[in-house]
Write a protein that binds this ligand. Structure first.
Ligand code: GLP
Length: 231
């Protein structure tokens, strides 16, 4: 397996590295489907992509997750985040994200997972939660999971509540690609910045592989690059 850990001084350096990686993959014609993530970690990366000459007009994008109950016009939805931070400024061939407003949750999960199966993910970006979650796969999620509805933990709700106004209800459930869906990606680029992510990163670098720390599953993946400013 290929496991590379790249130490950077700051997020700008990380973003430049990512843009170079993507440029190489586009040149080599090995990037057709790109898995995207939301969260503050991704913002400098998306800014650098927007300011680059990368051409994604032939690339299909898939997002990891979306809150149940939020419309794409709701500013807290991940669909809105993606449109604001990337898609409105860098066009893709097509973009997929779970429909937060779908009424039949089960069939929305099946629809999404089927779409993923039709398009193999060439590169998947991942951030990590402070509790080691990837996408919204919280501790205890089966490594065999595919796209499903997750109940968010108090830890995740606490961290994510900062983005919601006081009077707004933070959704307690979210659609998320499963661990197995993520592990199907040919290549994973995980980004972890700041001391708050140290424990999660240490779990990834340790020996243990456990569903209690979802990030540890990446030790079973054949091609992982970690980019971090944690020393
Ligand atoms: C959310 C997302 C994850 C993301 C995590 C970290 O829970 N579902 O995909 O990795 O937040 O977010 P941040 O980058 O803001 O630290």
């Amino acid at each position: 397996p290929f496991f590379e850990m790249i130490q950077v001084d700051n997020q700008q350096q990380a973003a430049s590295l990512v843009v170079n990686r993507l440029a190489n993959a586009l040149n080599e014609k090995t990037l057709h489907t790109l898995g995207l993530a939301t969260g503050s970690t991704m913002i400098p990366i998306y800014n650098s992509i927007i300011n680059s000459s990368l051409d994604f007009s032939q690339v299909t994008a898939f997002n990891l997750d979306e809150y149940v109950g939020l419309a794409s016009t709701n500013k807290n939805s991940y669909a809105f985040f993606m449109s604001e931070h990337l898609f409105s400024k860098k066009p893709f061939k097509e973009t997929y994200i779970q429909n937060g407003l779908s009424e039949d949750l089960e069939s929305e999960c099946t629809r999404y997972e089927n779409k993923l199966t039709e398009h193999a993910l060439d590169i998947q970006f991942l951030g990590v939660g402070e509790n080691g979650h990837i996408a919204f796969n919280e501790p205890g999620t089966s490594f065999d999971s595919t796209t499903h509805v997750a109940n968010l933990t108090d830890s995740t709700l606490g961290v994510n509540s900062q983005y919601f106004d006081d009077h707004e209800e933070i959704p307690t459930r979210a659609f998320t690609m499963g661990i197995a869906s993520i592990m199907n990606a040919k290549q994973i680029i995980l980004l972890a910045f700041g001391e708050k992510k140290r424990q999660a990163l240490e779990a990834l670098l340790g020996d243990e592989i456990t569903e209690q720390l979802p990030i540890t599953v990446l030790k079973r993946h054949p091609h992982v690059t970690v980019i971090t400013d944690i020393k």
